[in-house]
Design a protein around this ligand. Structure first.
Ligand SMILES: Cc1ncc(COP(=O)(O)O)c(C=O)c1O
Length: 404
């Protein structure tokens, strides 16, 4: 019975919950296997319609956010980030924008789920002036999007992830939202995007199997003695029995597969995850507020200004920036000692670091244009937000002790 349904019909329940949660139309949502493949389709279609050119993005991100840009032949232009929003600094974008460049798109990334509507609007205005599309990266804040003063989403294309170490416990899947206004400004691009995203092939049986096995495989691998779990994980990956969050090819500027859609199982899990998103976000907001209040004014440790103002946001991780890498490592060790899994995201840049600098245009990068990014990367620490309130309090004490 399920086989008689079209690819779109099999995931229509997911499109409905995405639309309901965001106040948008289900017809504008397109589920994909991972967000990176949705981005790849978007760039392929942009290339087909407008030709290659440059895409402005940031180094303070995961390599899988840049792979779709470089593997489709676009030139990445790395703007500096604003230390208070962790997104592209519009002044840096303006300085970087070279009159000869065919700037096709600007990435508006809500790093760790931090959304700043005011600077998002400035970056959007800059992109529009340059005739570039705004592609919003909501990988860290599924269903939360930057909006204009009237509450309408700003981006032309918005990218959401249900993947590993993101907001939902789903581990696979993503979705692309296409702003219906694109049909007025670039009708051909709008219809090409919808056609390609609406007809993605279903993942193979092997992918269907390894995605279902993923959680149990990790459970077993993490219990194996010594370093044998890591070696077995690599072996299983090589023979196609384990789906790694980031493939080797994805650290060399490529992507592991051709674009594909979701399996019905992934769509059901994502739908259930979105149904539980209120509770998920409430917990993260509370923990974010504890960190913010407990760590505010902590000497040399920087907390992005946008986190300190207004209502606490349901962050994926709470970012802190130590004075240097040594201090960052002391903080990470102290937090882990109290049972909080502090991370190094995004140290190194294009996390977890790339193995082919040329593929990402890093060999040609003038580092003086990304100095803020460089400083943030050196001291980067990110605290978990999916912990109990008591644990969050202990983490605050641990950070304060280690930073002193
Ligand atoms: C900022 C950012 N964008 C995009 C992605 C890609 O998401 P997915 O894993 O669903 O392909 C990631 C994944 O780590 C990310 O961190």
């Amino acid at each position: 019975m399920n086989d008689r349904l079209s690819a779109r019909e099999r995931v229509s329940g997911l499109c409905d919950v995405l639309a309901a949660r965001t106040g948008t139309d289900a017809r504008d949502w397109f589920p994909v296997f991972k967000a990176r493949y949705g981005m790849q389709v978007a760039f392929d279609v942009i290339e087909g319609r407008h030709g290659r050119g440059a895409v402005m993005t940031q180094l303070f991100t995961c390599c899988t956010a840049v792979d779709p840009i470089v593997c489709t032949g676009f030139a990445p232009r790395y703007a500096d980030v604003d230390a208070d929003t962790l997104s592209i600094d519009t002044d840096s974008a303006k300085r970087l924008a070279d009159a000869d460049d065919d700037l096709r798109a600007v990435m508006l990334q809500h790093t760790f789920g931090l959304i700043d509507d005011a600077s998002s609007r400035r970056l959007t205005a800059f992109a529009r002036e340059r005739g570039a599309l705004v592609i919003e990266d909501c990988a860290h804040c599924v269903t939360r999007m930057a909006r204009d003063g009237g509450g309408t989403p700003l981006a032309d294309i918005s990218v959401h992830s249900f993947g590993v170490e993101k907001i939902l416990p789903t581990r696979f899947g993503g979705a692309i939202w296409i702003n219906p206004k694109l049909a007025e400004t670039d009708p051909q691009l709008d219809s090409d995007l919808r056609r390609h995203l609406g007809r993605l092939p279903r993942p193979t049986k092997r992918i269907g199997m390894v995605t279902r096995l993923y959680v149990n495989e990790n459970r077993i691998l993490s219990r194996l003695p010594g370093g044998s779990g890591g070696a077995l994980r690599s072996l299983l990956t090589n023979i196609g029995l384990y789906e790694p969050p980031i493939a080797e090819a994805e650290r060399r500027g490529g992507l592991a597969y051709e674009p594909m859609g979701m399996t019905p199982w992934m769509a059901r899990r994502a739908t259930a995850g979105i149904d539980g998103l209120d509770a998920n976000e409430t917990g993260r907001r509370r923990v974010t507020a504890i960190y913010r209040d407990g760590l505010h004014g902590l000497g040399d440790v920087h907390i992005p200004g946008r986190i300190l103002d207004g209502e606490a946001q349901p962050l994926l991780r709470f970012p802190l920036f130590a004075q240097d890498t040594q201090q960052a490592e002391r903080i990470i060790a102290a937090v882990r000692a109290v049972g909080g899994y502090a991370e190094r995201w995004y140290r190194p840049e294009l996390f977890p670091g790339v193995t082919d600098e040329h593929a990402y245009g890093l060999d040609a990068l003038d580092r003086s244009t990304v100095q803020v990014t460089g400083r943030l990367v050196e001291g980067a620490v990110s605290l978990p937000t999916e912990v109990s309130l008591d644990r969050a309090g202990e983490i605050v004490t641990a950070v304060r002790g280690a930073a002193a």
